[in-house]
Design a protein around this ligand. Structure first.
Ligand code: FE2
Length: 384
């Protein structure tokens, strides 16, 4: 039998703990940076989060420039204007601060600034000639996981398409996980990000690419998210926010190793309705769980055990699915697709697009086009 060796690779140094952002100036120095490009968004600047980081750089005497015009789902335009400023200011390191949008924009700017050309030149696998400038990624939401990922997702406006850049050199040099920076994050984005993080953990368990390393991270991070999401998103509990940040990074390392299963496949085509990735993935998650139940009880039973449940693998898996429905109800997360947004007539197009997603065949239980249709139907019929 032809056996492929498996790999677990995560080169990002993860610095974590409440108040850990204070160490950013030292991390800039140890990463070889002398002039910082601080990439954020206007909301973070208004909330004082950008100022907290720039204040630390200022106090340490590290020159920096702030680029906080990153929009939701940024793309080529933002990256190219960021590269122009990066070069004009003679920067040599990116501090990317925020949710998935500023983090991916920062990663894209560091890559294009180092290589030249256009962002679209780097779409796909390992297209860059040299690695990016070093990136210190500081997430302010617990969900995207891009701070510990080799994947950068940015929009090509010309095609209206979210493209992926995959390159092991684009893992950020450092991820700083500080729950204090989530203190001003409103409940809704915190929940959307948190459900995406849970989907990263569960989809990693349901992938045929799962390994002992990805399973270990996925099981513990999923249990933490089940326990902490309501408190982290709906209250000011900083310890819960810290736990969510760490679980989100761990879940993303799991899914980056195993590659994600069906919830992420089903959510991808829903981007056409301008639903956020986290919302679409979260809605499809319990339906995917239900579909996977007959073959995947052994993958999720350990999570139920960590949460204190007892019983056979099948009982534990069913218990965890019920717990997921309860969690979503408790925090007010939608469990159904809005039929006025997603018309039934579109289902053949959505299903067709699912079958073209690269990880379509990675789910433990193979989903036929008829299964995919039923899964969307279930989400359309679910009473939320
Ligand atoms: Fe995701």
């Amino acid at each position: 039998m032809d056996r492929q060796p498996l790999t677990f690779f995560i080169p990002t140094r993860v610095v974590h703990g409440l108040g850990s952002v204070a160490g950013v100036p030292a991390l800039v120095g140890s990463s070889g940076g002398t002039r910082v490009f601080l990439c954020a968004d206007e909301g973070l600047t208004r909330a004082g989060v950008t100022g907290r980081v720039s204040g630390l750089l200022e106090a340490a005497g590290i020159p920096f420039v702030v680029f906080d015009s990153v929009e939701e789902d940024p793309g080529t335009r933002t990256v190219h204007s960021g590269v122009e400023l990066f070069k004009a200011e003679g920067c040599d390191l990116v501090v990317a601060l925020g949710g998935g949008s500023p983090l991916c924009a920062g990663k894209g700017i560091a890559l294009v600034a180092a290589n030249g050309g256009a962002l679209t030149d780097y779409e796909g696998f390992n297209k860059a000639s040299v690695g990016p400038y070093p990136v210190i990624a500081i997430p302010t939401t617990a969900g995207s996981g891009t701070e510990v990922s080799k994947v950068t997702i940015l929009t090509d406006e010309a095609r209206g398409f979210k493209m992926s850049i995959l390159d092991e050199r684009t893992f950020p040099r450092v991820a700083v996980l500080d729950g204090e920076l989530m203190a001003t994050l409103p409940a809704r984005p915190a929940l959307v990000a948190g459900m995406d993080a849970l989907a990263h953990a569960l989809d990693a368990l349901w992938s045929v690419g799962a390994t002992s390393f990805s399973d270990a991270l996925a099981v513990t991070s999923a249990a933490t998210i089940f326990e902490m999401l309501p408190r982290a998103a709906l209250t000011g509990d900083l310890a819960a926010k810290q736990a969510m940040l760490e679980a989100s990074s761990a879940a993303n390392i799991a899914t980056g190793t195993a590659l994600p299963g069906l919830a992420h496949v089903l959510s991808q085509p829903l981007g056409r309705y301008h639903m956020s990735h986290g919302l679409a993935t979260g809605i499809m998650l319990p339906h995917t769980f239900e579909f996977n139940l007959p073959v995947a009880a052994h993958t999720v039973a350990p999570i139920a055990r960590l949460l204190g449940a007892d019983g056979s693998e099948k009982e534990l898996a069913r218990w965890l699915l019920d717990r997921l429905w309860e969690l979503m109800e408790e925090v007010g997360f939608p469990t159904s697709l809005d039929p006025s947004l997603v018309p039934l007539a579109d289902l053949p197009i959505l299903v067709e697009q699912c079958t073209k997603v690269v990880n379509y065949r990675l789910n433990l239980r193979q989903a036929s086009p008829a299964d995919l249709t039923e899964l969307y139907m279930a989400a359309l019929e679910e009473e939320s």
